[in-house]
Design a protein around this ligand. Structure first.
Ligand SMILES: [Zn+2]
Length: 192
């Protein structure tokens, strides 16, 4: 029991008290339910990796979006994290491809451009057939800085760089924005 409480307490946002509550909860629910959680954790860690093309989460070398022949291969939307991609997908208005940076440039945290997937991104744009690159980094200081850095890297290519319209309040985070706002931000995107 101590071990479980300790493991749960390591999760983000879970303090000692919540960890204890969760542990007791797992003891009380039917055994199958508790084991299903354990199985889900094991499966996700053993099978899920990053897509070799776009760095979205994937169960094989190519993710669901990259494998879908219906997606528009001339548009590329750049997001910080796989969960941002999921939020945009749920908004349901974008049919192009994605590139997940796996973070943002954050000098204060010691995160530089080479720790992100910017090199493979530039290579993708160089060899691909993209007409538009949509910057969908978070509207924060670091997100904007990252977006600026990338658009400079892409300036040698003849591709239109746009960004999401600012329906999202500056400083708010993409994953928490609601569907309608994201849909508006996507349709109202502007040239960067
Ligand atoms: Zn992919």
């Amino acid at each position: 029991m101590d071990d479980l409480v300790q493991q749960l307490g390591r999760l983000p946002g879970i303090g000692r008290k919540s960890a204890e509550r969760l542990a007791y909860h797992l003891l009380r629910v039917p055994k199958a339910e508790a084991l299903a959680l354990a199985d889900a954790i094991r499966r996700v860690r053993e099978n899920v990796r990053y897509c070799e093309t776009c760095f979205n989460l994937s169960e094989g070398p190519a993710c669901e979006v990259c494998r879908d022949p219906q997606r528009d291969p001339t548009r590329l939307c750049i997001v910080e994290q796989p969960r941002d991609l999921m939020s945009l997908e749920q908004a349901g208005v974008y049919r192009g491809l994605y590139h997940v940076l796996l973070g943002r440039i954050a000098p204060l945290d010691g995160i530089g451009p080479d720790q992100l997937t910017i090199d493979p991104l530039v290579e993708r744009v160089r060899t691909g057939n993209f007409q538009e690159v949509i910057m969908a980094t978070n509207p924060t200081l670091e997100g904007d800085g990252t977006s600026l850095f990338i658009s400079n890297q892409l300036s040698e290519f003849s591709v239109n760089v746009t960004r999401l319209a600012r329906g999202i309040t500056a400083g708010s985070v993409l994953e928490y924005a609601n569907k309608e706002i994201l849909a508006d931000a996507l349709t109202g995107r502007q040239k960067l």
